[in-house]
Design a protein around this ligand. Structure first.
Ligand SMILES: [Zn+2]
Ligand SMILES: [Zn+2]
Ligand SMILES: [Zn+2]
Ligand SMILES: [Zn+2]
Length: 168
């Protein structure tokens, strides 16, 4: 039984020493942070670091990522751009639902419909109506008189205006 007593005593000392070591105040010697849970734009992440002396583990928070995953959705045109007003397109993050709004540039008028209201003559202005084929906006434009085209007798070959009397 003598050996048994010694063994108990030895165990008690070791236990005491171990408890003393861990109880003893010390400045934790932390290693590098390791990521436990990756953050996303929807959730925060977690990281941990442990003391190399006592094994104490500290948990830290990794901020939400600001990188949204918009590219999964093609984007939706909320407002079509017109000739004069810009439009909007929205992209929704596939992870957190965050909405990004993008401006669609206004197109600008496309004035390609030209209607002749009044044909110009040798001496009179003509009038054109120019219409935007997208929105229908119109404006008018005068066309310069052609000017008479006199022959050798001073008579206009286009309108027949006789200038012979005036020139004499
Ligand atoms: Zn420690
Ligand atoms: Zn997101
Ligand atoms: Zn237009
Ligand atoms: Zn003429």
């Amino acid at each position: 039984m003598k050996n048994g007593k010694y063994f108990i005593l030895f165990t008690a000392i070791m236990l005491c020493a171990a408890v003393l070591t861990s109880c003893k105040e010390h400045i934790h010697e932390f290693g590098e942070w390791t990521t436990v849970k990756e953050p996303s734009c929807a959730i925060i992440g977690l990281e941990e670091r442990s003391c190399s002396v006592c094994g104490f583990t500290e948990t830290g928070i990794i901020k939400k990522s600001e990188k949204h995953k918009y590219y999964h959705s093609a984007g939706k045109v909320v407002k079509e751009p017109t000739c004069t007003e810009s439009g909007t397109k929205q992209y929704v993050c596939s992870v957190c639902g965050n909405i990004k709004t993008e401006k669609l540039l206004r197109k600008g008028h496309r004035y390609d419909i030209i209607t002749e209201q009044k044909e110009q003559t040798c001496s009179e202005y003509g009038l054109l109506t120019i219409t935007c084929s997208i929105c229908g906006d119109t404006f008018e434009e005068e066309t310069r008189p052609l000017g008479h085209n006199f022959d050798e007798n001073n008579i206009c070959t286009i309108c027949g205006y006789d200038a012979s009397e005036l020139s004499e």
